[in-house]
Write a protein that binds this ligand. Structure first.
Ligand code: FES
Length: 127
């Protein structure tokens, strides 16, 4: 799978919204470094977090076991499979929040905003 990622810090800095249909096009037009915006491949059997780390990125995490939400991402395109036992409530799952520590891509392409633990929706879940 090919993942295109964007750092949530960029959204807060620029005042961009996660529901902006042009979000990733706007990001592509900026001259962001690869920490904030880019693409990488995820191999079968790799979680999204493992793949990011493998490519040299330091994405947030803490427990690595689905229990803390520090590794949360927001999916804007594609899908990740996740084990059934984890900390995210159904309403956040419906809105596209997933965990990168145990989420494995099941679509060829994904667009994700990472570092979303700073979104107010996740305040109550962070340990
Ligand atoms: Fe804690 Fe992913 S690192 S849920």
């Amino acid at each position: 799978s090919e993942v295109t990622y964007l750092n949530y810090d960029v959204l807060s800095d620029f005042g961009w919204q996660t529901d902006d249909e042009r979000l990733f096009r706007k990001a592509a037009d900026e001259d962001f470094g690869e920490v904030d915006y880019g693409q990488f491949r995820v191999r079968p059997g790799e979680s999204l977090l493992e793949a990011a780390e493998e490519r040299g990125f330091a994405w947030p995490f803490a427990c690595r076991g689905g229990a803390c939400a520090n590794c949360a991402i927001l999916l804007l395109e594609g899908e990740l499979s996740m084990p059934s036992s984890h900390v995210l409530p159904a309403e956040l799952m419906e809105r596209g929040f997933r965990l990168s520590c145990n989420g494995m891509p099941i679509t060829d392409e994904l667009k994700v905003v990472y570092n979303v633990k700073h979104m107010p929706e996740l305040d109550d879940l962070l340990l």
